[in-house]
Design a protein around this ligand. Structure first.
Ligand SMILES: Nc1ncnc2c1ncn2[C@@H]1O[C@H](COP(=O)(O)OP(=O)(O)OP(=O)(O)O)[C@@H](O)[C@H]1O
Length: 682
């Protein structure tokens, strides 16, 4: 059967299965309704122990789940009606006479459940032949062992609306053609799935299951984020027993980024995963100590204005600072405690007895939790003696007596002791409501917290993805190591560090996570045209980057006498009819705000649709929209746009500004405009 016939055959079978599923789902829904009805009619008469009630509930739950599975399946098959497969491999197993044909698509599909697939999921073992080999000897690893043989041919297809647009036998060159088409297209607003064109080096990362921690240093646009998400989809597919979407957490830079990537997993047939920014997590963890904290955006804005500020921040995240905190906590054992005799009704313990217990019975319990352990022990002993449990009120009184033996349990106060002792400027001594923590102190305080109290690790998380790894400090990694002992995919690009110097976290990660970490480099860039990538690299002295051969317009550099003139030029060059996305990227929030106001007004004057095709992305934004986005370089990180207009002033010439320009430039897919504003005005 040739591939067109095969397509029709698969479409036919898909329709058939969808029809069957429709019936089964309807039947299931009726069943659920009947069960509900039965329950409400009979529940007063159900046996007094609740067994029947329980059985009914279980049966209902079972039916609901079964129906949900069918609904998911139907959704997948309906999606497959549009494009059931995109690839094919003809493979002859060693020792066999005839080749077998494997069609590859977004999900598995067979005529009936349990039958051999007509289409194989791109994550199935056999599908790796498609990504890893051209014609010739090949193998894949199946659950039963290694399957060796020869790839006789490989095909690629474009199918839309169930119609074959093209089909050709592919070799390396044509592979590149397809990739070029994919990369050259505009029409996607958010990050797209890349299953049709996953490259060999990317596939190795996606299918890596043996390493506990995978750290990927990849140049801008090399597909790190895409690969990390496809890797999660792959792991979910292969380890369904142990890994559910809810077990995966992405530490992402901000809410817009989360939205930008949010559809990929659902598109690949998986449920979405949880995401969170580390700053948000830190803020939540410190909420009972301080009433508010600065975040990374505040810090970058300050660093742009004052280079010295950056220095002080860096100092407080350094290895030396960590060592000082460790040393401080060692000394704190004595300094923090003031033991005294304890007496409550018949419960008595001398100062000496309590001291001994504190130091010798529970030495491994973190300092701020140890007194509770001593108390539990003493109370337990007393309750056995009197033959009854103490009431809640009594326990509270006893707890008060024990806790008084700490000079302070307030993390804010203890951190201040540390700052004073080691010669740093201390925090103002104010009440909780007025405690506002600068960004430079957020993670040191959190680190101190975890030295003094056991960390509350989320056991439910089995895989952690850390994107933009270069933005996390040594101290932040130590905290992450204390919180999570699960598998991790860590990815980033040292050239995109948002500081004056690039930060190569791979140099210290093994020190934090131990030897179980596997480092991988991705040097080929796919996002930008060659013109844009070469321009960007010249800003940041990046030289070890391989560029994908795709050409576009030259980068336009222009200097303007004032901001208004630059923004007018943006309006002139903006081509929202042709492109889906464009961005004006500014250095600071304040400037982004002003430019956004100007642009919005002017776009309205020009009759453009600002309601649907204009948005401002600031630190509170949670959505990424099509059209023109006005934002700052630090929020644009990780995103991409068809047209990018970077706007900066002549005075923006610190190393950090240079880094910022690099980040702006690498966001552009097709066209890049670098606009310098001459005057010192903002
Ligand atoms: N194999 C591929 N096939 C098709 N497109 C790809 C492939 N690899 C990467 N791309 C595209 O390249 C662009 C960059 O991908 P992605 O955002 O994942 O890279 P990144 O390394 O995380 O980038 P950055 O660090 O610069 O934000 C995206 O448009 C993505 O779809």
């Amino acid at each position: 059967m040739d591939s067109r016939e095969y397509l029709n055959y698969v479409l036919d079978k898909l329709q058939e299965r969808i029809r069957k599923l429709d019936d089964a789902i309807l039947h299931g829904q009726k069943e659920i309704e009947n069960m509900h009805e039965y329950y409400w009619e009979n529940y007063t008469e159900m046996d007094q122990y609740g067994y029947e009630d329980f059985d009914n509930q279980q049966a209902l739950l079972g039916q609901v789940n079964a129906n949900k599975e069918k609904l998911d399946l139907r959704r997948r098959f309906k999606k497959m009606l549009d494009s059931p497969f995109f690839g094919r491999v003809d493979f002859i197993y060693d020792g066999e006479e005839e080749a077998e044909t494997f069609y590859i698509g977004i999900g598995n599909f067979s005529k009936e459940s349990g039958r051999l697939p007509l289409v194989y999921d791109w994550r199935a073992p056999v599908s790796s032949l498609f990504y890893d080999y051209d014609k010739g000897e090949a193998y894949y690893d199946a659950p039963a062992g290694r399957m060796e043989g020869e790839v006789l041919s490989k095909w690629q297809y474009k199918i839309r609306g169930g119609k074959m647009i093209y089909a050709f036998e592919s070799d390396v060159k044509i592979d590149d053609e397809v990739l070029k088409q994919e990369l050259g297209s505009h029409g996607d607003v958010k990050l797209k799935n890349i299953i049709k064109t996953i490259q060999k080096e990317q596939n190795a990362i996606i299918r890596n299951t043996q390493d506990r921690i995978l750290a990927i240093q990849g140049v801008a646009g090399s597909g790190k984020t895409s690969v990390a998400l496809h890797r999660i989809a792959y792991l979910l597919y292969h380890d369904r027993e142990n890994l559910k979407s809810s077990n995966v957490l992405v530490l992402s830079p901000n809410g817009v980024f989360s939205d930008y990537i949010s559809h990929i997993l659902p598109e690949l047939g998986e449920e979405n995963i949880r995401e969170m920014s580390f700053d948000m997590f830190a803020y939540r963890e410190l909420r009972d100590t301080v009433s508010d904290c600065e975040d990374r955006c505040d810090q970058i804005e300050k660093e742009l204005l004052d280079e010295k500020y950056a220095e002080s921040c860096r100092k407080k995240q350094s290895i030396d600072f960590v060592l000082q905190l460790n040393e401080f906590v060692l000394g704190l054992e004595d300094r923090l405690m003031r033991f005294s005799d304890l007496k409550y009704k018949g419960m008595t313990k001398s100062e000496r007895q309590l001291t001994e217990m504190f130091y010798y019975r529970f030495p491994d319990i973190p300092l701020l939790e140890r007194m509770q352990a001593v108390m539990d022990y003493v109370v337990d002993e007393y309750e056995t003696l009197i033959g009854r449990d103490l009431g809640d009120d009594e326990i509270e009184i006893v707890r008060g007596k024990f806790m008084k033996m700490y000079r302070s349990t307030d993390l804010y106060v203890l951190y201040n002791w540390f700052l004073k002792e080691y010669g740093y400027e201390t925090l103002p001594q104010v009440s909780y409501e007025k405690r506002f923590l600068k960004y430079e102190d957020v993670y040191p305080m959190l680190y101190l917290k975890y030295l003094l109290k056991s960390r509350r690790m989320d056991r439910n998380i089995r895989h952690l993805v850390i994107d933009e790894m270069q933005d996390y400090s040594y101290m932040q990694y130590l905290i992450l190591d204390k919180m999570f002992s699960c598998k991790m995919t860590i990815l980033g690009d040292k050239a995109q560090t948002m500081e004056e110097k690039t930060r190569d976290v791979l140099s210290f990660l093994p020190r934090v996570f131990g030897r179980g970490i596997r480092k991988i480099n991705m040097n080929k860039s796919y996002r930008n045209t060659m013109e844009i990538a070469s321009y960007a690299n010249s800003i940041s002295d990046v030289s070890d980057m391989e560029l994908f051969e795709r050409h576009g317009k030259p980068v336009e550099e222009q200097t303007f006498s004032d901001r208004k003139a630059a923004l007018e030029a943006v309006l002139e060059k903006l081509r929202l009819e042709e492109f889906e996305t464009a961005a004006v990227i500014e250095m600071t929030q304040e400037r982004a705000k002003k430019s956004a106001a100007y642009l919005k007004e002017r776009m309205e004057e020009l009759g453009m649709d600002t309601e649907n095709r204009f948005s401002v992305v600031d630190r509170d934004s949670t959505h990424f929209k099509k059209g023109l986005t006005v934002t700052t370089f630090y929020l644009a990180k990780g995103l991409e746009f068809d047209q990018v207009f970077a706007i900066y002033t002549t005075q923006d010439n610190t190393p950090l500004h240079r880094q910022a320009r690099y980040i702006c430039a690498t966001r552009a897919l097709h066209e890049l405009y670098m606009y310098e504003v001459k005057a010192s005005q903002d």
